[in-house]
Design a protein around this ligand. Sequence first.
Ligand code: SF4
Ligand code: SF4
Length: 230
Amino acid sequence: MIIAERKPLPEVLEMLEGAKDVLVLGCRACTAICLAGGEREAVEMREALSLHSELKGKGWSVSALTVERACEREFLSPIEGHTGTVVSMACGVGAQVVQGLFPSLRVVPGVNTSNMGAPEGMGVFVERCAGCGDCIIHLTAGICPLARCAKGLLNGPCGGSKGGRCEVSPETPCAWEQIVRGLEAQGRTDLLEAIIPPRDWRPSRSGGPRRIVNAEAAPGPAQREWRGED
Ligand code: SF4
Ligand code: SF4
């Protein structure tokens, strides 16, 4: 899922300078799960903004609304008719879909979108995928060296880990130690001898915004497009 965290309130207040009608838009998908922008957080934001408006005499009319998924236009009809400013508690994708659908609204981000990750414990979320567009975790015991190794190393550890922790951040397990242990558990340590060649970064962000066409859901031939190729 997409991981985000709430923006500090002073930042949101700064973005709302000059606003009148403010709609706080929560999302029940990823940002709800990572406790950044679901219904509860949208209501909290509404309360905080209302209080600020009252104390500072801003005269804002603040409401809150939470949709199933802000990244899908089908769920956004409840916003129709709203004028003014939207504080998006959805990820950056959802915020942009809302802005694209309602160009006259002023959409400001209420969260900072961070990464694609997973819950590790109560309130703890860790990055797991860097969206490279060409997955190779079958070679690395199901552990992504791009997202989980601080240096993104593809062919073994840097040699700096201590006690199984990454030299860049002692809080983080060394991904390559985990890969080696994983391959040992699978009886596939022969893979450690193989060289993973330099990546073709075209399917990654390096090729510009990506577009995936799923033939089962869309007309036309199944194709994956990136810049320079049809
Ligand atoms: S190899 Fe690429 S697609 Fe696979 S988990 Fe890592 S970043 Fe994500
Ligand atoms: S210590 Fe491990 S995870 Fe950290 S940069 Fe080196 S190889 Fe990567």
